[in-house]
Design a protein around this ligand. Sequence first.
Ligand SMILES: [Zn+2]
Length: 72
Amino acid sequence: MKCLICRQADPMEGFTSIYFKREEFQILIRSVPAKICPHCGEAIVDEEAAIQLLNRAEEAVNQGMMDVVCEY
Ligand SMILES: [Zn+2]
């Protein structure tokens, strides 16, 4: 499957970091499994991982954390 962004290369299994920011709150999650395009660097996170990430972010917000760095 070619990269959806550049259509130049096949994304390969790898890891990326995801960063979210919402007003005062920010979270950086490292080592998220994703497919990385070797041509344009686009990282495609699968749906299951994306849902996990949102849950993690929401949990952190609920615990009153403002600035979070964690591993996936
Ligand atoms: Zn690409």
